[in-house]
Design a binder for this molecule. Sequence first.
Ligand code: Q9C
Ligand code: ZN
Length: 334
Amino acid sequence: MRVFWDERQRRHAPVQELHNGGFVPFAEHIGRVDSMLAALGATHSVPDRGEAPLLRVHPGPYLDFLKSAFIDWKAAGRPGDAAGYVWPVIGRRALELDRIDARLGQYSMDASTPIAEGTWESAYWSAQTALAGLEALLAGDRAAFALCRPPGHHAGADYMGGYCYLNNAAVAAEAAWAAGLGRVAILDIDYHHGNGTQDIFGARGDVFFASVHADPRTDYPFFWGHGDEGGAGEGEGATLNLPLPRGTGIRDYEAALDKALEAIAAFGAGLLVCSFGADTFAGDPICAFALETADYAPVARRIASLGLPSLVVMEGGYAVDALGENVASFLRGF
Ligand code: Q9C
Ligand code: ZN
């Protein structure tokens, strides 16, 4: 399976994040990529397809915000990386204010997603990497791996969150739709629920979203991903959430995964986008499932047995020393 990656995805390097009431080193750091590149070997280059495919998912004002936030932050005389401290609660007026602090709140959902100098450039190339993987499928590859970083599944159409700025999986799914590949299924197997992807496609009947993740009653992102969220309007029935308790190991995990795969098979998609996070690993420092390195190969084999052209998009995974081997195990299984 070809691996797609662009060096400009390294430019994003926030220093710290708010975690459990204090500041800690930013967990989604470039060491993750070094671990994956060491285990995966050669990568393929990523062409520039411009902003048009990003704009199929994200509104222009949100992209403008991502581009200018760090500059505006510095212009306001602030040290460090741009981070919000006030969030508009549901039902408040949707104002388009100029103040950088207001914009950081308007366009984000949490305090774990700072904007640093190279954030826009890395997020842009991360989304381009997803598009490059999709193009490999269009050219006839059965599967492709987009080594996206920063990750994407917590980013909604107009908000960042959970280390995510642009929703790489959604950008690829929309591009697949535009390319005439028909109905798309997105299977999200990051430890955390993919709230951004669900928000983007939840009202759509032509894109199926299935997610196996930690129960949001105990885990981030808390306010999405509960078992009763099944889509809205034309999208009713095209969202499937399968939350699992902390401590879940491979047996219960595979049972939930099989339910997701059955639903995807019944939906009748022409293409699969798999949001893959290796933060389900037993040794992950910020997560609490119990998958082992060797488990990722059979998990991937089950997914591959759908027989769909598959784009694997990288999401989370923070046990840096094991990350490369976990991803390699998954891709070998495919
Ligand atoms: N105290 C992804 O895996 N921070 N994002 C949680 C817990 C946010 C993870 C803080 C975790 C987001 C792509
Ligand atoms: Zn995650």
